[in-house]
Design a protein around this ligand. Structure first.
Ligand code: SAH
Ligand code: SF4
Length: 356
């Protein structure tokens, strides 16, 4: 059987594992430091551990489960990584340099079953969930990329917006969040982490009770059920009324702001009346909500969609602003590389199937 990545264990699980193997609890603290503070990539480099403990770890775990296949660096500093998993599936991770720090966008599943009609990831049905270790490893590899160059730069922000629906892989997502948030490890602040969901209502309710201060983003993309169902089939199971009920519960419980993502698709959801409907939808929660207007990244298989005209985006923005809705037009990253989620991977898969 394939050995699991040790990145998949939370601190508590690592402590429990050492106790189970008749070792002292502080071994877990030592290993945790080697993994997340000194960030070594081999158990043999953990020099304050005895040879026996190193062998025990080597017999049971690997550290890094990912193989780097491609790195693309854009002019604006965005870096896109294509990684191969032990079962040869491919995933993508993107690093974006922002004014406030370095933000990494992670993948949570191989493909996605939600099947939104505008998304490259949705074209590839889900092969499997990523393990918590495979999600943590994406951040570790990006951090190693800087460590190896002797650059004193730290991954400071995380967005869970790569391939997959994170709430469809909930337990592994939660383990991942606890690991990267650990103050004696990577210590990425919960307020610097954002999880994006297409709107799995029961999980939004569960997430409201998770005890972490992690931000939530919801892919809304339409202000009424007709338009939303036509582009996101998940709206059939969880229509806007149900989604908004869960949003209200989340806001009440956490008092934390929710971001609504809204891709601007020309003549589909970008008319001024759509903006007005969106403002009406949010009118009783303006203080705790935020709308992110996102330029559509064209996906060649979805040629029924095109990016909204700039004038239409500005008009939409104006209607929202006039109604007192907090909103921004999102800046794009890495447009000279395949930085939209799923694009590099789907291109690579197509290339591979052509050469087969
Ligand atoms: N499955 C989750 C998180 C991954 S998708 C979700 O849907 O929220 C992350 C974001 O990228 C979502 O808001 C999604 O709608 C958006 N997205 C997908 N395809 C896109 C495209 N071609 N152009 C721009 N944004 C896209
Ligand atoms: Fe899946 Fe999100 Fe893409 Fe929809 S937008 S298909 S939920 S990854």
């Amino acid at each position: 059987m394939e050995k699991a990545s040790i990145y998949g264990l939370t601190k508590e699980e690592l402590i429990a594992w050492f106790i189970e193997h008749d070792e002292r609890k502080f071994r877990a603290t030592q290993v945790w430091e080697w993994l997340y503070i000194k960030r070594v990539m081999a158990f043999s480099e953990m020099t304050n551990l005895s040879k026996d403990v190193i062998s025990l770890l080597e017999e049971n775990f690997i550290i890094n489960p990912l193989r780097q296949v491609i790195i693309q660096e854009a002019k604006d500093g965005t870096v896109k990584y294509l990684f191969e998993l032990p079962d040869k599936n491919m995933i993508e991770t993107v690093l974006m340099r922002q004014e406030y720090g370095m933000s990494v966008c992670v993948t949570t599943q191989v493909g996605c079953n939600i099947g939104c009609t505008f998304c490259a990831s949705g074209l590839l049905t889900k092969q499997r969930d990523l393990t918590a270790g495979e999600i943590v490893a994406q951040i570790m590899l990006v951090q190693h990329y800087f460590d190896e160059r002797g650059q004193d730069e730290r991954v400071s922000h995380i967005v869970v917006m790569g391939i997959g629906e994170p709430f469809d892989n909930y337990d592994n997502l939660m383990n991942f969040l606890h690991t990267i948030n650990d103050p004696k490890g990577l210590a990425i602040g919960a307020r610097h982490i954002t999880v994006s969901t297409s709107g799995l209502v029961p999980k939004i309710r569960e997430f409201a009770n998770n005890g972490l201060q992690v931000n939530l983003a919801i892919s809304l993309h339409a202000p009424n059920n007709d338009v939303r169902t036509s582009i996101m089939r998940i709206n059939r199971s969880f229509p806007i009324e149900k989604l908004m009920d869960a949003v209200d519960e989340y806001l009440e419980k956490t008092n934390r702001r929710i971001t609504f993502e809204y891709i601007m698709l020309s003549n589909v959801n970008d008319r001024p009346e759509h903006a007005q409907q969106l403002a009406d939808l949010l009118k009783d929660k303006k203080k705790l909500t935020f709308v992110n207007l996102i330029p559509y990244n064209p996906v060649s298989e979805h040629d029924q969609y095109s990016r909204s005209e700039k004038a239409d985006v500005l008009k939409f923005y104006d209607v929202l602003k006039k109604n007192g809705v907090n909103c921004v037009i999102r800046k794009e990253y890495g447009t000279d590389i395949d930085a939209a989620c799923g694009q590099l991977r789907s291109k690579q898969i197509k290339k591979a199937s052509k050469t087969r």
